[in-house]
Ligand binder design. Structure first.
Ligand code: GDP
Ligand code: MG
Length: 428
């Protein structure tokens, strides 16, 4: 059975966010913080967020969560801004979604769905994709009530035996079957991964740095500032591989690849906890985890604890860690030194102003160069297997084949590895 879901992609839409100020919406984030987090997540995925409004609503209404008169006001804004998606920063049921869509005359999704969709976009491995689909179906199943527009959220694969109970039953059964199948697949992949994790860390290729941290801590800004900054043109250069990856080539040819990750979220839908781990798979293969934190954030200690926990559950606690306290421009000297006393191993930077990025890169370079040597290796063109093995274990800088069919490869390799290959010439 193929994938059942086609969705309204918040990342492809021009959206307006609605925050709800209500004693019924309890969270350790206040309305503004929560909206900011949601907006940052959407923007990070390439969405256009036109703006946000906060609606005061003491108690949610069963019909549309907010009162019809307030909805009418929002409808005016939607039309003025030419928005085609409204994202409610709370959880809505299907009846509420349907009514809101009718009055607002545009697509409506809730916070959970928006986050699920962003995760779907970021999931690149088979495991990540399955985990997110599983989360989406688990979220949808209790919402399949047969009323309103609920089934429109489920695309192609869903049976079309006509309206009413029969179709509903079929839909429910198919969703349950699909959930069972996905769970089985996931368990199988996890078993395989456990076996694979022992051999996964091949020493070859560029040095891999994963940027990990809460949404809004400045990961994306850091990547972008690094790429556009002149500060490194002397020692190396940055290039963009894809929206979430940057490659830095140090003088001498040693490469470092930085990957942005989807980011930790304070209000994470419970359906997603598993999928969330799966989307952090870049972290598992990293040579260095750069933990980016907002130095100003009062919740820093608690957030770092959560991050540690997740890394542990990913079996990534053994990977070297670098704690980066970002946004130092927002702190006074005293505040900053208090923070640094708390975490003395940290590097304080400002991704926005570029302050101390050279210090940070020096630390990355030191890690990337540790135990690496630059060599020139000569092989006879017939030694295909050995050449292949060398390429896999090294980070190749250049390769030529002479008229006499001699293959010359220049590369960075781990010192221990260099000792195992005969006849290498050390060049750096
Ligand atoms: P991400 O979610 O971790 O990728 O965070 P972003 O890079 O999107 O940054 C979130 C917000 O913090 C944006 O508004 C940035 O402009 C701001 N920001 C990032 N780095 C800094 C910094 O060093 N100083 C200040 N003052 N703001 C920053
Ligand atoms: Mg980001």
């Amino acid at each position: 059975m193929s994938q059942l879901i086609t969705t309204t992609k918040p990342v492809a839409e021009k959206s307006l966010l609605i925050g709800i100020d209500s004693p019924y919406e309890r969270s350790h984030l206040d309305v503004e913080e929560s909206l900011e987090e949601l907006g940052a997540l959407l923007r990070a995925s390439g969405a256009e967020v036109l703006g946000s409004v906060i609606v005061k609503q003491r108690k949610p209404t069963p019909a549309a969560y907010i009162t019809e008169s307030k909805l009418e006001e929002v409808a005016v804004l939607v039309a003025e801004m030419d928005a085609n998606l409204v994202v409610f920063d709370v959880e809505l049921n299907q009846r509420q979604v349907g009514n809101c869509e009718r009055i607002l005359d545009c697509g409506v999704i809730d916070r959970t769905w928006a986050i699920l969709d962003i995760f779907a976009l970021h999931a690149s491995s088979a495991e990540g994709k399955i985990a997110v689909e599983l989360a989406m179906l688990s979220y949808l199943l209790p919402h399949l009530t047969g009323k309103g527009r609920d089934l429109s959220r489920l695309g192609g694969g869903i049976g079309t035996r006509g309206p009413g109970e029969t179709k509903l039953e079929t839909d429910r059964r198919r969703v349950r079957q699909r959930i069972a199948k996905l769970k089985k697949d996931l368990a199988q992949i996890e078993r395989r991964r456990r076996v694979g994790s022992r051999i996964r860390r091949a020493p070859g290729g560029p040095f891999k740095v994963a940027l990990v941290g809460y949404t809004n801590s400045g990961k994306t800004t850091l990547l972008n500032t690094l790429t556009s900054s002149d500060a490194f043109t002397e020692d190396g250069f940055f290039s963009t591989l894809d929206p979430t990856t940057r490659r830095l080539t140090f003088e001498g040819g040693r490469e470092v690849v930085f990957s942005d990750t989807v980011g930790f979220i304070c209000k994470l839908p419970h359906q997603l906890v598993e999928g969330f781990r799966a989307t952090l798979e870049e972290v598992v293969v990293a040579d260095l985890i750069m933990l980016v934190a907002d130095a100003e954030d009062q919740r820093l200690p608690a957030q770092l604890e959560v991050v540690e926990e997740v890394l542990e559950s990913l079996s990534a606690s053994q990977i070297p860690r670098l704690l980066v306290l970002n946004k130092r421009d927002k702190l006074g000297i005293q505040e900053l030194s208090a923070r640094m006393q708390m975490r003395s191993e940290a590097v304080a930077i400002s991704a926005l102003t570029g302050e101390n990025l050279d210090g940070l890169m020096a630390m990355v370079e030191e890690q990337a160069m540790r135990n690496m040597v630059c060599v020139r290796a000569r092989f006879s063109g017939g030694d295909k297997a050995i050449i292949k093995r060398f390429r896999r274990l090294a980070q190749v800088i250049g390769e030529t084949t002479s008229p006499t069919n001699e293959v010359v490869i220049e590369a960075w390799v781990h010192r221990e590895l260099a000792e195992r290959f005969k006849g290498l010439e050390y060049i750096g």
